[in-house]
Ligand binder design. Structure first.
Ligand SMILES: [Ca+2]
Length: 279
């Protein structure tokens, strides 16, 4: 029985892995960055500088903590006490954030990145992410949708690090279905190795993949998850792409654990031929 289960599991993994390759002729590469040059392409990306993001994060984003080296985008998180005058506060950690806001946005497609996560441990504070958000700040988060292709954190009961994919939607913060995610279930998954993380988003659903293995689907109009008070609506706005690493507030970080680095080999956005819903 166990052997049969293993064979079935392998077949499922193999068919999932092949799904994208077998449909490759339907897809067209619309946007990519291989991060192979010496500097971040300013035509595609903006690095946040002197920006704290939210009150529950311990880092200040500075542009020096996002850079390119040895064929990768590097997001560095470091113990680097820095005074931020608007809130009259010193942030002990600085980190990097780049995004394509106002430079590239897309509706539907397959978004994929190959990346190496920062070193982490039990009850670690490091919170790297590869995600998208609706290209407007004119409404309360997460009204225009947020697709978390990959986040790593350790917010579970035993504080063991894991990666997960999530969709956020709702007219207002703390309303309706504002955070429905799935932890990647492979118990042998090695967080310290390079992996590809991707989503496929169309008008009916979003699928999440790790190394080509699908592990989660969110459907339009689905009433589906714990804490969900209404039906899911997929993004109502074009999305832009974000890479960042935050330092969360759940436990005091140890400065000796830093600096930490996330490396991004590439990011690619494919869309179905003829759709080209991007700008
Ligand atoms: Ca590269």
């Amino acid at each position: 029985m166990k052997k049969m289960f293993t064979i079935l599991l392998l077949l499922c993994i193999a068919s999932s892995s092949l799904a994208f390759k077998s449909n490759a002729e339907e897809w067209e590469l619309i946007f990519e960055d291989d991060f192979n040059g010496n500097t971040i392409d300013q035509n595609k990306w903006t690095a946040k500088d002197n920006w704290p993001h939210t009150d529950v994060e311990l880092q200040l984003y500075i542009k020096e903590d996002a850079y390119q080296e040895n064929g990768n985008l590097v997001i560095r998180t470091q113990f680097n006490p820095t005074y931020y005058s608007p809130s009259n506060k010193t942030y002990n950690y600085t980190s990097g954030w780049i995004d394509t806001s106002f430079k590239f946005n897309f509706t539907h497609g397959r978004l994929e990145s190959r990346l190496l996560l920062p070193k982490t441990g039990i009850r670690d504070n490091i919170w790297p992410a590869f995600w998208t958000k609706g290209n407007t700040e004119s409404a309360d988060w997460p009204h225009y949708g947020e697709i978390d292709v990959m986040e790593m954190d350790s917010w579970n009961d035993d504080w063991t690090p894991y990666i997960w994919g999530t969709y956020h939607w709702g007219p207002r913060r703390n309303d309706l279905c504002q955070g429905c995610g799935t932890i990647y279930p492979d118990k042998n998954f090695n967080l310290t190795e390079w992996h590809t993380y991707s989503v496929e988003w169309d008008e009916k659903k979003i699928d999440w993949f790790v190394d080509g293995v699908k592990y989660r689907t969110t459907y339009e109009n689905q009433l589906f998850c714990k804490g969900c008070k209404g039906i899911v609506k997929l993004p109502t706005h074009p999305q832009f792409i974000i890479f960042n690493t935050a330092v969360d507030h759940f436990a005091p970080p140890n400065p000796a654990d830093y600096p930490k680095y996330m490396y991004v080999d590439y990011v690619k956005l494919y869309q179905k031929k003829g759709s080209k819903s991007s700008f």
